[in-house]
Ligand binder design. Sequence first.
Ligand code: GAP
Length: 454
Amino acid sequence: MVAKTMDQLVSLCKRRGFIFQNSDVYGGLQGVYDYGPLGVELKNNLKAAWWRAMVYERDDIEGLDAAILTNRKVLKYSGHEDTFSDPMTDCKKCKQRFRADHIKDGKCPNCGSTDLTEPRPFNLMFKTAVGPIDDGETFGYLRPETAQAIFTQFRNVVDSTSRKLPFGIAQIGKSFRNEITPRNFIFRVREFEQMELEYFVKPGEDEEWHEYWKDERVKWWYEQGLSSDRLTIYTTPKEDLAHYSKATYDIEYQFPHGMEELEGIANRTDYDLGNHTKAQDEFNITAHVHENKESTQKLAILDDDNKTWIVPYVVEPSAGLDRGVLAVLTEAYEEEDLGDGNIRTVLKLKKHLAPIKVAIIPLKKNHDGIMDKCNEIKQKLLKLGIGRVALENTGNIGKAYRRHDEVGTPLCITVDFETLEQSPESVTIRDRDTLAQKRINTADLPSFLREYFL
Ligand code: GAP
């Protein structure tokens, strides 16, 4: 059984320290969230899994960590200044603003008034003054996607790594969009993180790579625990494609609020590198290069014979990290009926994603011998490199198990009187999913846990 409602997830996330409303003490800031002590672990674990799959387990991808503040010209030539907007309609009566395609029968969705403005474009990018003088001219943007810096740094990466096609550049980082209607918890927000790969290929090989990356990305999401009956591939109709895309697949997931996009995999052709390259006549590149007079760059690569410059095509798997967190939480959340009205809430997260890996629980609260042993074990486990290890001293072992089930801790270790009395010394290990318990010698814990987690 998976999460039935978004409310269940929102409540768990707040109660257990995964996700909080930003600026909560002042009533919040709409469409902006903060990750708490357990949320930051889950998010970091998901990022690490993506980076491992993209950069460490392959030899054709380099990493990048570019700045968020972006020169206006980048987003001018990328097409975002002109096209990254939604047509909006204002209701003159209640003063609310809506996406024009959300207006039904010419009526305001809020108050029903028909006194509406004509649709007008509303740019989704956040502008900000750069430098001490806010004269309205010297401004930059907070990037609306991480991708543009990958394109503008293309030559620096090629020159410093001597890469040949095909190869990719991967980046994880914040993006900002002034969404008109942020909603559904962390699904549609104004500040979010993306995990983006730009994979550069020879023109003509792009469609094959597009298929390849669609399959790879679906496989990766399965490895994060998402089930096949909740994932689907949607082929974007031509008329709905983004301004840069020749073809796009969306990986959609059954979120609590509906089937929606988790990741887009676009064939961006040579649109971006071409647009950021100085005009074709100066560089004599035999590809689709646009009339950019302001760039200083030829964002191209020499072919295998070092004779011809090629502007590569790009296939782009672009995943939302926050949507990824929401998807794995949705999938992992279960309420199990243990009988007699006893409900166990458990997050069956994959162990590599779990925020806390192991909880050490004393059978008796504040018992000197037991607590000393718990602390001794904890100190040993902290050095293993498996991730967070927690020590509970609540005295109620049932409650401690419940708490760790709810946050997805895969293993609980209990130190009891037998631990102190018997030789060789042993503890109990409890498995979150099967609830099976077994005794293990304390001396064997490090090797057992290393094998289990690493
Ligand atoms: N570089 C391509 C690009 O940005 P996109 O489809 O606009 O494409 C990619 O965004 C992914 O980023 C989406 O599939 C989604 O997971 C995430 N995303 C986009 N807008 C978002 C928002 N307002 N809140 C949370 N995630 C968002």
